[in-house]
Ligand binder design. Structure first.
Ligand code: FES
Length: 266
């Protein structure tokens, strides 16, 4: 008999779960963490202000790259590709689909939000409330297969954030300088790279479709490195999410004058 994802292929157990541990805690924390990030992201996207610190060349990650004529002077390092469409179409909206698409279709985040938002299922060995389960076998969730293409789009985004971190070595009197903001942007981009390179699609791209690793020593070496990161994909997903939010918040606070950047040099 062929195994299916349909209800008929499932064991029928009357109790919702036989688990007695706190299985609900992890989906609850995941729900709280992702909801907080989404709310913060929405607020920042439509704030349309406080994302560029000209004195130190700090650009908030949520507004990078800033590709619109609506961008603040000096913040468009890669050109202004789009006209100013008014206050409702803010600069992050041009890049957000790629960043969101990469995270939303990520194998780890899929597990996280399927469990915490759709309760499908909320935890191992806990029945889901839905009557039918088709998984990712049909529309719309079959579209999750586009993840590998979002991975390609994540590479330029990481390169842009790397550029932002490099130009953040800027002093208030011009020339070289380092502030706490520089450190935060550098740490953030390192975590973004670690998360991006730990992607399952990246691992497959580097080491997949090979019959003999011995004939491809460079790809084998790269695959072993990416595999080490891949084993930490879940913590990297969380820590990079936290760091990008924190870096954005720090730049927003400095740009708005709420706090002063702690200068280490110049
Ligand atoms: S699997 Fe998570 S980013 Fe690709």
């Amino acid at each position: 008999m062929t195994a299916t994802t349909g209800t008929n292929g499932r064991v029928q157990v009357a109790a919702r779960t036989l688990r007695t541990d706190r299985w609900w805690l992890q989906p609850l924390l995941t729900f709280a963490g992702l909801t907080t990030f989404v709310v913060y992201g929405l607020v920042r996207t439509f704030m349309n202000d406080n994302y560029w610190v000209p004195a130190y060349h700090y650009l908030a990650p949520f507004y990078s790259p800033c590709l619109s004529h609506a961008c603040q002077p000096g913040s468009s390092h890669w050109g202004q590709w789009f006209p100013d469409f008014g206050p409702l179409v803010t600069p992050p909206l041009f890049v957000l689909p790629f960043i969101l698409g990469f995270r939303l279709t990520c194998y780890y985040y899929r597990k996280a939000y399927y469990r915490s938002f759709w309760l499908s299922p909320p935890a191992c060995a806990v029945a889901e409330p839905h009557k039918r389960y088709t998984g990712e076998t049909r529309f719309p969730l079959v579209a999750q297969n586009v993840h590998r293409y979002f991975f390609y789009s994540a590479i330029p985004v990481a390169i842009v954030l790397t550029y932002d971190a490099v130009i953040a070595f800027h002093g208030k009197d011009g020339g070289f300088g380092i502030g706490l903001g520089t450190v935060i942007l550098v740490v953030n981009v390192l975590l973004i790279w670690a998360y991006t390179l730990s992607c399952h699609s990246c691992r497959h791209l580097i080491g997949g479709r090979l019959k003999h690793f011995s004939k491809h020593p460079v790809r084998y070496w790269a695959w072993t490195q990416v595999t080490k990161l891949n084993a930490r994909h879940m913590p990297l997903a969380w820590v990079s999410l936290f760091s990008v939010g924190f870096a954005d918040l720090y730049v927003a606070l400095v740009a708005s004058g709420t706090i002063t950047d702690l200068r280490i040099f110049n």
